[in-house]
Write a protein of this length. Structure first.
Ligand code: GRG
Length: 296
């Protein structure tokens, strides 16, 4: 990937974070006044993060001709669901991490019950935020349904369940199905919600499933590569955890060299697939081309 392309992607990611950050700082909107949970949620929500999913929501909306005002609530909603899933995943009873986005995880800062409830709150408020999308009721309802499906038992929660309950002989198809749920669904739904916000029809959005799933798989593949060969300072989270715990992931099932080659192949396939869609998908294609080279 050329340096000029990397700089363009960096600028686009920066623009997307600058766009979403102020709104994330106002969330969750309903404080209830009974607890410090909303401010704990904000600790996790505004503690950095690459904002890849908001970037995808915005880019997808723009690709089909929609302005950023149409997709801001969807971008925040997806980031809220993603952040809740990180908070719960980091709990001692799940993946047990004390570092996230370069800071102490929420349960380390505030205690396990607070982190469980903070995650719950973010997940519920995400749907409230998405419902604020200033578009027609039918369209907003479709967006709510798609986010709910992506976060539910067949995808995010289901994939996490698989991750927590692996069979003894976890093989490549098992790992691929787990990733489809645990990682790819939130990436795919970011593209779907962005396109819906931008005015795309459901069949175009359905047609994006393949590219969304592949982009999500590529994202996890490069995360697993970095878990094996990256470093804690750059990643802002501990690396080497899967190998330390003997957990199956893409790299353990196919090996580091094949994983790196597969990342490059997938990245090319995604770019070619995006070129067939109507609209300007170049921002999403840039991310796909960058992922095999990412360091955090
Ligand atoms: C608890 C229901 C539930 C699900 C948890 C998010 C998750 C599922 C597990 C975390 C571990 C993991 C490797 C997930 C795959 C997705 C992933 C690579 C998350 C990290 O996303 P980034 O890199 O993080 O976009 P930032 O911090 O930049 O937002």
């Amino acid at each position: 990937m050329k340096e000029s392309e990397k700089s363009r992607l960096q600028a686009l990611l920066k623009k997307a974070s600058g766009w979403v950050e102020p709104r994330l700082g106002e969330l969750p909107e309903s404080s209830g006044g009974l607890s410090r949970l909303p401010s704990l949620c904000r600790y996790s929500l505004t503690s950095g993060g690459k904002r890849v999913r908001p970037f995808l929501v915005r880019s997808s909306c723009e690709a089909v001709g929609g302005g950023p005002g149409r997709s801001i609530h969807a971008a925040c909603a997806v980031e809220m669901v993603h952040t809740y899933s990180l908070i719960h995943d980091d709990l001692p009873q799940m993946d047990d991490d004390d570092l996230r986005r370069g800071l102490p995880t929420l349960h380390v800062k505030a205690g396990v019950p607070q982190a469980v409830l903070g995650g719950d709150l973010l997940m519920v408020e995400a749907f409230g935020e998405l419902a604020r999308t200033p578009l027609g009721a039918g369209r907003v309802s479709e967006m709510l349904g798609r986010l709910s499906a992506a976060a539910g038992p067949v995808f995010l929660v289901g994939g996490q369940y698989m991750d927590m309950n692996p069979p003894r002989d976890a093989d490549r198809p098992w790992v691929e199905r787990m990733i489809l749920g645990k990682t790819a669904a939130m990436i795919r739904v970011s593209l779907e919600l962005g396109a819906l916000a931008g005015g795309a029809e459901s069949d175009l959005v359905d047609g994006m499933q393949g590219v969304g799933d592949r982009l999500g798989y590529l994202f996890q593949l490069t995360d697993d590569i970095l878990d094996r060969s990256g470093n804690t300072d750059e990643m802002g989270k501990r690396v080497g955890k899967d190998a330390d715990h003997g957990k199956a992931n893409t790299v353990s099932t196919i090996g580091l060299a094949e994983a790196k080659a597969l990342a490059l192949r997938l990245s090319d396939e995604i770019s070619s697939e995006l070129a067939r869609f109507e609209g300007d998908w170049s921002a999403v294609a840039l991310l796909a081309r960058y992922l095999p080279h990412r360091r955090k």
